[in-house]
Design a protein. Sequence first.
Lengths: 249, 178, 621
Amino acid sequence: MIIHIDGKACVCEKGEYLLHVAAQNGIFIPRFCHHPGLPGQACCRVCLVEVETEAGGERQVVSSCVYPVEREMQVYTNSDKIKKQRRMVLSLLSARAPDSGRTAALLKSAGGSLPERFTRLAGEKCILCGLCAKACESVGTAAISVAGRGTDKKISTPFALPPDACIGCASCAAVCPTEVIAYVEDGGTRTIWGRSFQLKYCETCGDMLGTEEEVAHAANKAGGEPARLCPACRKKTIAGALGKPFARG
Amino acid sequence: MTEIENRAKASAAVPQPDTVRMMEMQALLDRYPPDPRFALAVMQDMQRQFNYVPREGLLALSSRIGRSEAQLYSMATFYKALSIKPKGRHIIKLCDGTACHIRGSAHLVAAVERLLGIKPEETTTDGMFSLELVNCLGSCALAPVMVVDGRYYGKVSADQLRGILDECRAGEEERAAL
Amino acid sequence: MTRTIFVCCGTGCIANGSLAVADALRAALDETATAYGQGKAAATAGQAERREAAATAGIQVEALVKQTGCNGFCENGPIVKIMPDDISYYKVKPQDAAEIIDSLDKAPVERLLYKDRDGRSLRSQKENPFYAQQMKIVLRNIGEIDPAEIDDYLARGGYAALKKALAMQPAEIIAEVEKSGLRGRGGAGFPTGSKWRIAASYDDFPKYVVMNGDEGDPGAFMDRSILEGDPHCVLEGLAICALAVGAEQGFFYIRDEYGLALHQVQKAIADAGKAGILGNAIMGSEKKLHLEVVRGGGAFVCGESTALMASIEGRPGEPRAKYIRSVQRGLWDKPTVLNNVETLANIPFLILEGGAKFAEKGTANSKGTKVFALVGKVKRTGLIEVPMGVSLRHLIFDIGGGLLSDRPFKAVQTGGPSGGCIPAELLDLPVDFDTLTEKGAMMGSGGMIVMDDRDCMVEMARYYVNFLCGESCGKCTPCREGLRQLRNILTDITEGRGEPEDLQLMEEICDTMRDASLCALGKSAPNPVMTTLRYFREEYESHIRDKTCPAGHCPKLTAFRIDTDKCTGCGRCAGACPGGAISGAIKSPYRIDGSKCLACGVCRDLCRFEAAIAEKAGYEA
């Protein structure tokens, strides 16, 4: 089916999410809590757009990351209303995480500035998008989660202690849009969430494979032996093993 | 001799050997099928039995239903009925619903603080009382309402408060004397 | 004559000691029976046997004590009602029991009757203005039956609607509900029939039906009273809903704080199962229905449908975007109908009497009756049921008897944290779904909190915002962060640090919260702020510009003094002053020591002579 985003005709499948359709058609919608590898969360509310399902009908404000296209419609990603709401949402996020450069930059590019009157959470960088916890659930071991609720909500390990379940894969840090989650790699170990993990390297080329626990977890999930080689070297080895008979022949 | 006595005293002071508690915990878990949908019910039962959700309880539940400790921790900190810190033996719930609010629940909060030295969500150092400011208890006609150990008190004044708390203390001393 | 003595044992009356009253009445009855020569053995027999024995012995004074659900007039509890004489007693104490029993064949106990404004004693609830102007559909059984006895419910026509529904096609049931015009009583007012029709249309099994009993609006207790007082009625409603949409599994989600309601519903489910009304063969038919109670975890947001379902599934109660509705994909991604307690309590009546008869009551777009919890600064507080469309004035002044101490009316807060404050000039508005929404408030689930001139509207807004700061799930930015900023600004205003630009900034935050929040909680969270800004703007301006709280409520802006001309020296205020700031000698004027005064206003609330006066505090920035 065809929908129109900011006047541009975009081909899409029924049920496809608006944010995805826009991206496929070269239309950028700013967002924080979305990651292509994870299900949409609709919590940062930066990716808001207006949709109009009947010509001249009432427009509805929706979050494009989870809004499925069910019928033909007009979508507005930059209407006055959306611009205004986006500026306010980004202002609120900037007040929450004044130390996040990316949030400040996004607010600036949206034409807004942080009102003086807003109370800032000093030293905070986290915007509570929750991507880290989602990534940990899907890639890791669900070792971190959101804790509490309301204005006191935060990302935490159980009892704010170094998490037993963590495998040190650092997927949380990789998906974090505001670079809050810090980890240190030093002399064969990686330290994250207050725990240190031994790193494992490719036996052929010496590239890092990840932490021991991470490699074991991946093997466990896939049902095989823990990897000893990096993907590139593994490919080479397999190709080599396959190649030998031909070479002989 | 004194050393043995001291040891005996020390062991008597330990509230409960872990094994007993783990057995209680297991019995509690066994009340429900091992299905994540009973996670909240199980934790509510723990709260009732132990006055909080102990970490070992979370871990036992985690391995039983296949939810990670962090996921259960998320629930335990989300729901107000659950607490990850031990609560006092007597729980004072002051209703701060709108009706109680406009009929002076704030005075009662101040009175509890004067009498016990605790603010909402705090527990006295002797572990006797916890103060909770709770949402509307649906007894607005009797505002301000207070519930102590499940018993409702309506139209409470700061004066009455002292009497109610003294009753709790006296009850405990009586039991201790038996 | 066979009499029944009903003792109200709703949570309110229990708090006032009604269980002891019931016990005392039973004991007094036993004593009377013994006195009539029945012997000691009778005292240990059940009440029914005693009644029978008494009847054969030709004894006139014989009666049965029954514990009922909430009679609604909680402030005057414990309430005791004697039928068929139709005598109601209020504020009954255990020591009154013997006198009540003794009076059964004589004149009623005068001092326990309700007195009207002119001091006339009223025997019957029908004469009592609090009850006389109500219309009871949902509450029709409450106070008339023992909710723990399924036979009581059956004796009043209970489960006849379910029997009728079993003989109907699901489409016929739904058509009847649609014809009635019934809209969801939880607050949003979605047409119940449409909800059922959509859920029935999906061929995706199993389906689920859920009762939302996570009543959390401060000042609302309709659902608690219904569940406590007539659990079978709600159960029957849910069973009919299940038949209509094709579900075989249902859940009752009830706040954990509602201990008595939980108990009554659990007992009702067990009794209905034993009676063959539920289970693998509903009333002997081939239909199945299994019901289960889920205790809420103490989270206001779980009143939101998707959060409630997340909670039943065993996750934190965070809502999801509802672009795909839960009637299509709800619990465990299966079609799920979620209805509020009061909505379901309307169903048995509606099926028995027909949708058309139901639609005769109420207004064009809001049919039937509505139960309200009338509380706050009103003379007669309690639970009332009236046809949709009556005016706020009628509710507050005719049924509620006006304001406490006849103080001036300032506002009525409806709809809890999702609703708003309605000022005096709108008192003649009809109460229904659409009118209040139009005015920026919301009927909500039915909480009505009456406020007088001593209640500060800025403080009200701050109170609700503060409530929501703790009760929002915290998932989406506008709600979580918007509330945080609103709370800080409102706290500043009530403490004298407000700035002129604050009002516009708050309006902008509210606007974004309403449009951009994820769920209904966030979208409606700004209502208390927006309605007070709309109707009481000058009060905000006084706080900001003049640093005064016109209501004399905000402690940082208020000081109290005693008018020596008016003070009679009764000393009442001095005894209650939490700061120990008031001193004086009995029968001569008291004075307040400003350095100790907390400006809490207890003295003003207690003073019967208007001698404690609130004034602007010597504000220092």
